[in-house]
Design a protein around this ligand. Structure first.
Ligand code: GLV
Ligand code: MN
Ligand code: MN
Length: 429
């Protein structure tokens, strides 16, 4: 480990102008992939995903880094070579996929700053100011958002064993294409997915930079923060089964309209979430058969629920389920609820958090700790390896939207915090 004053000075000394110029060049290049007037669309195992992997590989090659895609579709670029089986490196990065019509920052910021941190440390090594002891990997995790197959953090959940590979292979997208089929079509082998202890050991320790998805850092007047914890969260599928009928001739009293209990459930979810100071969102649903003149026969809806503790999360989902069933009974509609995914509460590694804090103190910077309600691969991996996150301030806090943003000065503050942390973790005494 590089001593703290030396690591801190590597962060402080970085040339902000040239780092920003490189950042904007990379950003412009990445902008050519999956960016539409309505937002960013980058989904796993699609043509855009292949283009993102090609972009990642080109960035790595330009820096002489060795690229390897693991069995779960996570791609890493290694400075200093990919560690041998059983050896541990240091990893940074995030994900390049997006939500439907999302922003540009959620995910890519961490990958770009990972490559830029390698540039800074490689230049410092060339000047004799830094000696790398451990290989440093930049990672892009597969399908963090779960946009295509409904389960978030697919790559890290498979790698850590949090998701059963058979269940994963059977997940389907909106067109009925399974993950296994999509991987095969993209030239990957779905039979190899699953827990990967060798890759966990090889990754060693992880620091992920991410745009903050909220306004805590704005309130604290801090450009960068350390993430303390992630709320437990998950996704539940609600299926409301009624009866199709004629929108004109069917008397209201005779109908089994699946949309009615669904609508009540959306409102109940909001009310219960407010009462429990939690979050509940039905962001994806479809109506069958979907005819404008047909009484809805079926509504399939995904609930995204999050709370400060697992106990409150359970209460939240139980109460929304009861509300759905009661409304279903009123309207003669059957309701079934099944859990699609769940991520328990995460407390990030204490030693890493302490390290970030000490390095900030050494640099004379304020680096508050903040919790988050958003899920991340670093949270999924926290039970199997030490992980931590650095958040970069987002001026208005909006995320999962094209309005996501960050100021240049805050990007550089994030890069400084990352460089000094990686220098400490990957460097020699
Ligand atoms: C990931 O961004 C999530 O929290 O859904
Ligand atoms: Mn993200
Ligand atoms: Mn996200």
């Amino acid at each position: 480990m590089t001593d703290l004053p030396a690591a801190a000075s590597l962060g402080a000394a970085l040339d902000a102008d040239s780092a920003l110029a490189a950042f904007h060049r990379m950003w412009a290049d990445l902008d050519r992939i999956g960016v539409h007037p309505t937002g960013t669309r980058r989904y796993s195992w699609t043509a855009e995903d292949a283009a993102l992997r090609a972009w990642f590989t080109a960035q790595a090659s330009a820096r002489g880094m060795e690229v390897h895609t693991d069995a779960n579709g996570n791609i890493r670029a290694w400075w200093g070579g990919r560690p041998a089986d059983g050896d541990a490196g240091v990893v940074t990065g995030s994900h390049l996929d997006s939500v439907a019509d999302g922003g540009k920052w959620d995910g890519p910021l961490g990958v770009l700053l990972g490559f830029l941190a390698v540039d800074v440390l490689a230049a410092a090594e060339a000047r004799g100011e830094f000696t790398r002891r451990r290989s440093l990997g930049v990672v892009d995790y597969m399908d963090e958002e779960g946009t295509r197959f409904g389960v978030a953090c697919l790559g890290s959940k498979l790698m850590s064993g949090a998701l059963d590979p058979d269940k994963a292979r059977g997940l389907t997208d909106a067109d009925g294409v399974s993950l296994a089929e999509a991987m095969s079509a993209a030239g990957a082998d779905p039979d190899r997915i699953g827990r990967d202890d060798v890759e966990i050991i090889r990754s060693g320790v992880q620091v992920e930079v991410h745009i903050e998805q909220g306004r805590q850092l704005v309130g604290l007047e801090a450009p960068v923060g350390v993430t303390s914890a992630i709320w437990p969260h998950g996704r539940w599928e609600f299926v409301f089964s009624g009866l199709a009928d004629h929108a004109g001739t069917a008397r209201l009293v005779d109908r089994k309209d699946a949309a009615l209990p669904f609508a009540s459930t959306v409102l109940a979810a909001r009310a219960v979430a407010e009462e429990l100071d939690a979050r509940a969102t039905f962001g994806r649903f479809h109506v069958e058969p979907g005819g404008p003149n047909v009484v809805p026969a079926r509504v399939v809806a995904l609930l995204d629920a999050r709370a400060a503790t697992d106990g409150v999360l359970t209460e939240l989902v139980d109460r929304i389920t009861s509300a759905a069933q009661e409304a279903g009974a009123v309207h003669g509609v059957d309701v079934t609820v099944s859990r699609i995914s769940h991520a328990p509460v995460v407390e990030f590694d204490e030693e890493l958090r302490e390290l970030h804090g000490k390095l900030a103190a050494e640099s004379g910077e304020y680096l508050p700790e903040v919790p988050t309600q958003a899920g991340h691969d670093s949270g999924i991996l926290a039970p199997v390896m030490p992980t931590s996150m650095l958040f970069v301030r987002s001026p208005h806090g909006i995320s999962h939207s094209p309005l996501e943003d960050a100021a240049d000065a805050d990007v550089i503050a994030g890069l400084r915090a990352l460089v000094r942390s990686l220098a400490a973790l990957a460097g020699e005494d």
